[in-house]
Design a protein around this ligand. Sequence first.
Ligand SMILES: C[S@@+](CC[C@H](N)C(=O)[O-])C[C@H]1O[C@@H](n2cnc3c(N)ncnc32)[C@H](O)[C@@H]1O
Length: 277
Amino acid sequence: MEIEISDAEFNLFQRLIYDASGIFLTPVKKELLKSRLIKRVREHSLHSFKEYYHYVTERDPSGEELISVLDCISTNLTEFFREIAHFEFLSDHLIPSLIESKKKKHDKKIRVWSAGCSTGEEPFTLAMVLSESIPSLFDWDVKILATDISTRVLRKSMLGIYPKERLKGIPPHLLNTYFERENSSSKENYQVKQILRNMISFRRLNLMDDIFPFKGKFDFVFCRNVMIYFDKKTQGELVSKYYNHLAPQGYLFIGHSESLAGTDNKFKYVQPTIYQK
Ligand SMILES: C[S@@+](CC[C@H](N)C(=O)[O-])C[C@H]1O[C@@H](n2cnc3c(N)ncnc32)[C@H](O)[C@@H]1O
């Protein structure tokens, strides 16, 4: 029997998802929500979305099922070298000036955060750009933290295996240097080499958490195409948390269809989608 979702059931999930992730699903997303969650309803042999809602909120104290809900509804679209201007800004301006100022302070640490990293294309692009732009890379202690709310995308990121057609944006010389053919499947897949994977720690982190568990500060944060799913209030709160977790003069990069306009923030505007503490 076909299971439908009523407006009241949609409202329950809309609230649950908003409270848990900051993602606000407008009513036009009702059918999308239904198509994404119906598998979970059936998997638990339930008969309605209302029963599934009670299962998630009352019968699963581990919170695992809520993570599955968020996995199903999050949009994970991404690609290597997405919004190339950001990576040009890094290699032409940010990294050279960061290296100069760190050298003066005898500080060898470079810390970067890819917040909402999806399947890993963004942090791996950052790792390639940092590796190519930092002279004497091995003299430096470079670490990229890559976080996402979805355990499904994090599992993919950690493997770092991509079909050939996903690698289109990568310049050929970087593809040769940092990827190798992966032979465990008949498909033409490539895996990111260990040297790049070693630079990145993948972790599950919900950007809605009140406190982020970081001791040190980041030199720059990429949070691109994530805040677009949040309302202005949530965006403003998140942007001030980024401000607090950045080193002085640290940078925040956001997606090209996003803006900090309308949020109460202390960042200095550098150029569209790039802000500095
Ligand atoms: C469209 S992808 C963006 C990927 C990459 N930053 C880029 O620009 O290509 C958005 C990602 O944000 C994640 N996300 C959404 N809400 C989140 C939250 N509350 N905490 C952490 N990650 C979240 C999603 O799971 C998804 O992987």
